[in-house]
Ligand binder design. Sequence first.
Ligand code: FRU
Length: 512
Amino acid sequence: VTNTDFYRPTYHFTPAYGWMNDPNGMIYKDGEYHLYFQYNPYGSKWGNMHWGHAISKDLFHWKQLDPAIARDTLGHIFSGSSVVDRYNTAGYGKNAIVAFYTSASEKNGQIQCMAWSTDNGRTFTKYSGNPVLTPFDGLKDFRDPKVFWYAPMKKWYMIVSADKEMRFYSSSNLREWTYVSAFGKGYGQQPNQFECPDFFELPVDGNANHRKWVMIVNINPGCLFGGSATEYFVGDFDGKTFKCDTDPKVVKWLDFGKDHYACVTMGNTPGRVVALPWMSNWQYANVTPIKQYRGANALPRELKLYTRNGQIYLSADVVKEADALRKESVSIDNIKADKKGTVRQLPDNYGYAYELDFDVTPGMSAETGVTLCNDKGEEVKIYFDMKKNRVVMDRTKSGLTDFGKLAKPHEIEANYDVHQFKDKNTKFRMLNSVNYQNDFALGTWAPLSLCEGKTYTVRLMIDKCSVEMFIDGGRIPMTNLVFPTAPYNKLKFRSADGKGSFKNVKAYRLAL
Ligand code: FRU
């Protein structure tokens, strides 16, 4: 690990060299998790898109392999998905892995292509008849196919992001696709552009007899805290149309941080739905203070549906495999904190990678929380504000924050690659925002109405350049990048009205 790799995370996946964005085609097969990803093997900024490849047995120890699908004359290899063809419907062999991606070029636009692998996902053969799907209306933004098996119809379905909606197609052989329906115009955060869809069924509150379909929609730009974020819709699907439970204006976010994007789920994991987000934001993804490589995934999360105030929501909790990262631990006495705060020092060897767990009962009239501090005066402030009924993570003074602001115009141009923008206006607004304001130094927040009680169970996962918070089993997930110049080795517990209390405070050193 060289100096230019200073911010390389300890237990999050990063490519050894080159640029990474969206996770693609994730699939579990024969004891291996496959992660493909948007990859530029030639440099650490977006470009030359390939599907990179890494495998793991436990979702944490990853081994990077050669890129699986390389850019070709049809264009970039954009995001997509893969399936295991259990019944050999496509004719490439029983249990072949069949991948779907978007070829993107100025000349051909965005078209859906297919490739298959019979060596457990190591190498792929592109279908000679590509593309398998083009937009029927010449749409420019038509990408990121997600394919799934729909048992009631014994058919494959593909959901494709098509500008401001999602389109469903069906097929019996994975090659010929028939248009079924569309969903989403006017739904959710507006104005929006849909990207990287996912679609799956889950039991509600763990009840196998009450199941709902969930559509994940990643949207960029214009989200809650600026730039990109992930929302979702809950409803019913009958093989023809998706009917959303809520009215179009309702927005449900899958994460309340600023660095959770292109989140899609792992295929072929019976009994659970595992999602993997890319941990960045298109506002500054290309200019983070990293050189050798760029881009990491956030922690894998298990998704579940729960009911709250008559509505169904997704929770996203870090997968159970993360428990194996725990090394030594320290238990810290119950803390009754006051305005000044009570400081606890972490053992030296905890360094940049640790977990902090506690149950907090906030005071009602003022902020209660924990601040992660280091010897350089840098800090991440996490606090409950019961007057606003919010939990906040503030990274304004977390370390390096003005790399976006200092980016040279040509770097910004590269950041906002043309495929992200169709109109000059949006592009102008985005360039403007990076030039004249700092998109990084800010706090993100979530509504506490998603939780049940007066006491909140908080799990913080801290790594070299990230803080991920999971409250009450993932009802509130919050994922934020941070670039401290020394480890946050002090925890400052505070309660401005002296009424908040912390129990079961425990910190673990984390390592692979
Ligand atoms: C999302 C995205 C996708 C596209 C890919 C290109 O981050 O814009 O829509 O396929 O990145 O790298």
